[in-house]
Design a protein. Structure first.
Length: 132
């Protein structure tokens, strides 16, 4: 596991709180983020589907994360790379940016995301979002 190219610079440029909300367990997230050298950037806050009744594509996990972060769902931006994740973000009433790395951009768009494929674009996408 390696970090997505551009993620370190993107995170350094983002000036808003962030978290990870994953269908994986806390242990899985810490392991994967640790191997990629990103754990210190995201822990805390990590939110797992094990904390809610329904995993993605249900909105429960994203709504739980937003509430725990003290942010209204409508002010959140989800960055997702899967169709179920995009569907969850849309169902939660959040803006969704679909990172087209492992899933085709068209599939992410059809699920309701604004697709992008270069992580270095993330700070500008967030700055231009209506939630900023």
């Amino acid at each position: 596991m390696r970090p997505v190219p551009g993620i370190m610079a993107a995170l350094a440029a983002v000036r808003r709180p962030w978290c990870v909300a994953s269908n994986g367990t806390h242990e899985d997230m810490r392991t994967r983020l640790g191997i990629a050298g990103l754990l210190a950037k995201f822990d805390p806050p990590l939110f797992s589907a094990t904390e809610v009744t329904r995993p993605k594509p249900a909105p429960d996990l994203f709504l739980h994360a937003a509430a725990a972060m003290g942010t209204a769902a409508g002010r959140c931006v989800v960055v997702e790379d899967s169709v179920p994740g995009v569907e969850a973000g849309v169902a939660a009433g959040m803006m969704v940016l679909g990172f087209a790395r492992i899933t085709e951009a068209d599939a992410l768009r059809e699920a309701g995301a604004d697709a992008f494929d270069d992580m270095s674009a993330l700070p500008n996408l967030l700055a231009a979002s209506p939630t900023s």
